[in-house]
Design a protein around this ligand. Structure first.
Ligand code: BTN
Length: 328
């Protein structure tokens, strides 16, 4: 067992114990020395767990940290690949940047980076992503998909569907998806996805799926100029939502959809996306690199591109950019 796993098991045992749990009992159950147990208790303390140690009685869990930890995230996660390795930080520049660096160093598919805060959270199209501490979800997942680069947009759609379903599962509130990656409640932005890839010719080395969701962020923290077009789950529901439960559900749903996608069931994903999409059948304006296409959104094709029937009747494939619903 790796150190992190031992610490996780120790936490589970302490949680399941009313009073003190002796070091001898722990070393018997885990089959390791008492000094090895002590080492893990110290690393749990460093992570913010308050664990009392009393001579002749043993250890007792007094308080858990308010920030997300690897152990909390992995306990009861139940996935096969996603989140088998999780790095939880208090603050990073951007979880996508950390994930990118780790992937370049060879990190495996399914590795996850989460942070309490981001100093340089990145949004799409060079925008920044507001990332205050301790209230939201900032998550990046490393993938090594065996698909052609032109199908990468499907990964963003997969993540959007997984997030929408996870939010519904945890809160009963079903967000809408606006192509390609916006999660909306009543037209206000609740979350977004930034997919970045490292490729050579026709081969994808890795893809980073970055997810930001406004969970418990209060209205007072909404960025000023876009205050009226942003929301958080807390603002919508008027109660605090467990970031832990939501994060775990996102990983579960992503693994499910990713498995389907990898097994060639992209059509299921496309259909699911269409039912959650806000754009299909609506009049839209799509912009990318100075070009503007106005017309009716027909849906997405098998590679995840948005099909827009321009007013002249021709159908254009929009592979990247921003889409605005007319009348907004
Ligand atoms: C968007 O513009 O809608 C995409 C926002 C993506 C934000 C997330 S937060 C976690 C990850 N790290 C980043 O720097 N960005 C993404």
């Amino acid at each position: 067992m790796r150190g992190a796993e031992v610490a996780g098991r120790i936490l589970e045992m302490l949680r399941g114990q009313e009073g003190y749990l002796s070091g001898a009992e722990m070393s018997r159950v885990l089959g390791m020395s008492r000094s090895a147990i002590w080492k893990q208790i110290r690393s749990l303390r460093r992570e913010g767990y308050t664990i009392e140690a009393r001579q002749a009685s043993g250890y007792r869990l007094i308080a858990v940290p308010t920030h997300l930890t690897t152990w909390e995230l992995q306990a009861g996660l139940g996935t096969h690949v996603f989140g088998k390795k999780i790095h939880a930080f208090i603050q990073v520049d951007s979880t996508n940047e950390v994930a990118f660096r780790r992937a370049l160093e060879g990190a495996e598919e399914g590795e996850v980076i989460v942070a309490e805060a981001q100093a340089k959270g990145k949004g799409r199209m060079g925008r920044s992503w507001e990332s205050p501490s301790g209230v939201n979800i900032y998550l990046s997942l490393i993938l090594r998909p065996k698909i052609l680069p032109n199908r990468i947009p499907l990964i963003t759609l997969m993540a959007a569907v997984a997030c929408a379903e996870a939010i519904e599962e945890v809160t009963k509130l079903m967000p809408a998806i606006k192509w390609p990656n916006d999660l909306l409640i009543d037209g206000k932005k609740l979350g977004g996805i930034l997919t970045e890839a490292d490729m050579e010719m026709d081969v994808i080395n890795f893809v980073i799926v970055g997810i930001g969701i406004n969970v418990n962020m209060p209205r007072s923290s909404f960025p000023q100029p876009i205050e009226d077009v942003v929301t958080s789950l807390r603002e919508e529901l008027e109660y605090e939502i467990s970031r832990l439960a939501l994060l775990q559900e996102i990983l579960r749903k992503m693994e499910l959809w990713y498995t389907k996608l990898s097994e060639g069931e992209g059509e299921d994903l496309r259909k699911r996306w269409e039912t959650l999409s806000q754009v299909t059948g609506r009049e839209v304006e799509a912009r990318f690199m100075g070009a503007v296409v106005r017309g009716k959104a027909l849906g997405i094709d098998e590679d995840g591109a948005l099909l827009v029937q321009a007013n002249g009747g021709t159908v254009k494939r929009i592979v990247a950019g921003d889409v605005t619903l007319r009348g907004w």
